[in-house]
Design a protein around this ligand. Structure first.
Ligand SMILES: [Zn+2]
Length: 83
């Protein structure tokens, strides 16, 4: 699992269309891991959380499989839209 820091890295994950992206947010009771192709993974939301808010409230992580983020983060769940 690897944290996604830059917009280029995020767009590369989206364009490659494989793997999974976990989004943490300390203000939400439920965090989600998504397929890289999930339409709920948006450039806008990535920019807001990672660039604008400077990861103050949460972060994006790339993972080869969904089990690693599900094990690592206590509030992590599978996205209901893409799983
Ligand atoms: Zn999803």
């Amino acid at each position: 699992m690897k944290e996604i820091i830059t917009l280029d890295e995020f767009l590369e994950v989206k364009n490659n269309n494989k793997g999974f992206v976990a989004i943490t947010d300390k203000n939400l009771t439920r965090n989600c891991v998504h397929h890289a192709k999930c339409k709920w993974l948006t450039e806008h939301n990535f920019k807001m959380k990672v660039i604008t808010s400077n990861r103050k409230n949460g972060s994006y992580y790339y993972a080869d499989n969904p089990d690693t983020p599900l094990r690592t983060f206590s509030k992590m769940n599978k996205c209901e839209k893409c799983f």
